[in-house]
Design a binder for this molecule. Structure first.
Ligand code: PGA
Length: 250
């Protein structure tokens, strides 16, 4: 069965609740495409108004972060049951900004993937190399190692419902996109590695996104690649252009 494309916006720390509702209104008629799963991953404070704003549409809502415990003395954190109760379906895990700025390591990221599946959230697991690793030529080993650690103890059936986002750090927010060939090379590497860790059926089912300066101008070329099943989009998800990415095939 062909994999359905998944186009997810990662709003990061942008959009007040008022602006979030305005953006949903702007995008409302622009993000309709039955061929594509559309997700807005939004700041915690925007979840409730965004869930209300997209109600009845094809848009699903995701969160950008959560903690692995259900409740308790974890000041500042938000739990999976809270997200689910609010109407969240997807959760970004292991974004390079969480790894680099907030010190999240593969042990925590693995625990988050396990917790997300146990709680009924669909993880979007991010991986990707720095510019230094790209230049050193060791990016393939790096990404395989991230995948291996982050999916430790995760079953084949769970991986079939996983989204993996390949996001080269040197392409995030820089305006420098990986070429379609560079992105395809790593997305295929990830799929082949899933086949090695699990089996061919699991590798055929897992959806792999590219992320890093994807925009209305380059989306069609990237999304035409055989192993690129969608995009995780930062900057371009905050404007009407996001509708053009969602409708890349129209
Ligand atoms: P960008 O961000 O599209 O602004 O490069 C992508 C991401 O970090 O998910």
């Amino acid at each position: 069965m062909a994999r359905k494309k998944i186009i997810a916006g990662n709003w990061k720390m942008n959009m007040t609740p008022t602006q979030a509702v305005e953006l949903c209104a702007t995008l409302k008629d622009l993000v309709k495409n039955d061929d594509v799963d559309v997700v807005y991953c939004v700041p915690a404070i925007d979840i409730v108004p965004v869930v209300a704003a997209v109600k009845g549409s094809n848009v699903k809502v995701g969160a950008e972060n959560f903690y692995i415990e259900d409740k308790g003395a974890f000041t500042g954190e938000i739990s999976a049951p809270m997200l689910i109760d609010a109407g969240v379906e997807y959760i970004i895990i292991g974004h390079s900004e969480r790894r680099d700025i907030f010190g999240e390591n593969d042990i925590l990221i693995n625990a988050k993937v396990k917790k997300a599946f146990a709680a009924g959230l669909k993880p979007i697991l991010c991986c990707g190399e720095s510019l230094a690793l790209r230049k050193a030529g060791t990016y393939k080993e790096w990404i395989s190692r991230q995948i291996k650690w982050d999916l430790s103890g995760i079953t084949a059936d769970q991986v079939k419902n996983l989204v993996i986002a390949y996001e080269p750090i040197w392409a995030i927010g820089t305006g420098e996109t990986a070429t379609a060939e560079q992105a395809q090379e790593v997305c295929k590497l990830i799929r082949d590695y899933i086949a090695e860790l699990y089996d061919a059926d699991t590798a055929a089912a897992v959806r792999i996104q590219y992320g890093g300066s994807m925009n209305a101008g380059n989306a069609a070329e990237l999304l035409a690649m055989p192993d690129i099943d969608g995009g995780l989009i930062g900057g371009a998800s905050l404007k009407a252009d996001f509708g053009k990415i969602v409708n890349y095939n129209k």
